[in-house]
Design a protein around this ligand. Structure first.
Ligand code: UDX
Ligand code: UDX
Ligand code: ADP
Length: 464
């Protein structure tokens, strides 16, 4: 029987950071060390000023304040932390490949492989390795073969423990998860390893919410959960356009279908398109895996979720251009929001990036205000698309720290993220300071359309 005393987590990002903070808070007897090769990131995790933590998550500062330097440590000394640990979580990024075989589809496992090799190199005692990052099915096999070929006699057990936390509600999701999923080998050693991890979660998660499965079910469940969630968003987004042309209201439709307990009310909010580091990547992964087994119909079915999402982003940009008399060249357009959803500073795959890119192609001047995202991040998101020069991106998309400054003298305002504060603005003042006609494009359906129309705005809301 294992009794875990020392945990190391490789990767101090959006998943590793909050997850380890909560595990440490709930298990004061276990020493938890989160390591990363990114020195600036580790320094930020160690900053005495909790506002400087590298990721923004409501409630995270409190958890870190309680556990940090008690039994939670952040460090760049990767080898030392691996060597000391009984259990090593791998929580590094697995972006979509941007080169070679599977480019644009498959997950890039180079960071995972590097971790496995590093563990193999430094381990002197038996360890349980936990896959935390979202991984394609059967990655555990690859990790296993790297670890088992080290020749130094150290024994490893590999577990899959996928993360289901959503950004913006990470702490809440970790404190009260719908379920914790742990997959492992169905051998005596495998079952013991599973139990060791169950014991860690059981300090705060009710037993009936901790599910154990074989490795492949666990890995595939993660991809499937994200595919189903994304599919709901694409389904309601597909309907949003039909609502617009028929005079139905997508919110009313969502409420009407959500009342069916077989469907349920969540994840039916029409939007400018889903973003985030997981949905697109995981579906592409699922599609790639299906194709690699020759399951073309299965692959096509899931790919449609992405196709619909890309269309929704394009459609929103096209609506802005068309409404502004088919010319936005030189016009100031204000963006409220850049993050892929509210309450996070994460911008990966945010719809805002793609909408901005399309408007910049039409030579708009975009001025963005987001409560948590800085100018540097916005520029790097745009530059990553490689559509135009970095100088042009920098000249035509600017970032301001005040929403009124963003909206003043603009021809149109586009809401790209559903930040609560947008609802509380002095919209009368915003109207007075804008060019007329004053257009608002609400890509998140959060503003009060009637109130804005009474003020004088011309308002477009997705799905209405
Ligand atoms: C359906 C709707 O449920 C009902 O609300 C509507 O009014 C009429 O259409 P029905 O066709 O009678 O009702 O049966 P339903 O239980 O929805 O099943 C439809 C088909 O889906 C059946 O062949 C059923 O076997 C299949 N099904 C359903 C599955 O294969 N798996 C499931 O999880 C659920
Ligand atoms: C998702 C999964 O929810 C989580 O379980 C998994 O671990 C990681 O991926 P996350 O990407 O953080 O989490 O956010 P999520 O709340 O799922 O939202 C994803 C995207 O869908 C966002 O851009 C959001 O704005 C959009 N969305 C979500 C909608 O457009 N409409 C909805 O109804 C719900
Ligand atoms: P996620 O959303 O999956 O947490 P992030 O990109 O936020 O993804 O975090 C992953 C972290 O893993 C990054 O901070 C990165 O520097 C770190 N990382 C990647 N490879 C290694 C490695 N071999 N050793 C240590 N840290 C790594």
């Amino acid at each position: 029987m294992h009794n875990i005393k020392n945990i190391c987590c490789i990767g101090a990002g959006y998943v590793g950071g909050p997850t380890m903070a909560v595990i440490a808070q709930k298990n004061p007897d276990i020493k938890v060390t989160v390591v990363d090769i990114n020195e600036a990131r580790i320094a930020a995790w160690n900053d005495a000023d909790l506002d400087k933590l590298p990721i923004y998550e409501p409630g995270l500062d409190k958890v870190v304040a309680e556990a940090r330097n008690r039994n939670l440590f952040f460090s760049t000394a990767v080898d030392e932390a691996i060597e000391a640990a009984d259990m090593v979580f791998i929580s590094v990024n697995t972006p979509t490949k941007t080169y070679g075989k599977g480019k644009g589809m498959a997950a890039d496992l180079k960071y995972i492989e590097l971790c496995a090799r590093q563990i193999a190199r430094v381990a002197k005692t038996d360890k349980i390795i936990v896959e935390k990052s979202t991984l394609p099915v059967r990655t555990a096999q690859a990790i296993k073969s790297i670890l088992h070929n080290t020749g130094n006699g150290v024994k490893f057990q590999i577990l899959s423990n996928p993360e289901f936390l959503a950004e913006g509600t990470a702490v809440q999701d970790l404190m009260a998860p719908d379920r914790v999923l742990i997959g492992g080998e169905q051998t005596e050693d495998g079952l013991n390893a599973i139990q060791a991890l169950v014991d860690i979660y059981a300090t705060w998660v009710p037993n009936e919410n901790i599910l154990t499965t074989n490795l492949w079910s666990s890995e595939l469940s993660k991809l499937t959960a994200n595919a189903f969630l994304a599919q709901r968003v694409s389904s309601i987004n597909a309907l949003s356009e039909l609502c617009e042309v028929t005079g139905a209201d997508v919110n009313e439709v969502a409420i009407a279908i959500g009342k069916d307990s077989r469907i349920g009310p969540k994840f039916l909010k029409a939007s400018v398109g889903f973003g985030g580091s997981c949905f697109q990547k995981d579906i592409l992964n699922l599609v790639y895996i299906a194709k690699s087994y020759g399951l073309n119909e299965v692959a096509d079915y899931w790919e449609q979720v992405i196709i619909m999402n890309d269309y929704q982003k394009r459609r929103f940009a096209a609506k802005i251009i068309q409404t502004l008399y088919n010319t936005i060249s030189g016009k100031k357009i204000a963006f409220l929001g850049w993050a892929f959803k509210k309450d996070t500073n994460d911008t990966r795959e945010s719809a805002a990036i793609y909408v901005a890119d399309q408007l910049l192609e039409e030579q708009a001047n975009i001025v963005v205000y987001d409560p948590k995202v800085n100018a540097h991040q916005m520029q790097s998101d745009l530059n990553y698309l490689n559509t135009r020069s970095e100088e042009d991106n920098n000249q035509y998309l600017t970032t301001v720290s005040n929403p009124h400054q963003a909206c003043k003298d603009s021809h149109a305002i586009a809401v790209l993220t559903e930040w609560d504060e947008f609802k509380t603005y002095d919209w009368q003042r915003i109207y007075e300071e804008m060019q007329k006609p004053a257009f608002v494009f609400d890509g998140r359906g959060i503003l009060d359309k009637e109130k804005l129309e009474t003020i004088g705005f011309q308002v477009y809301v997705i799905g209405k």
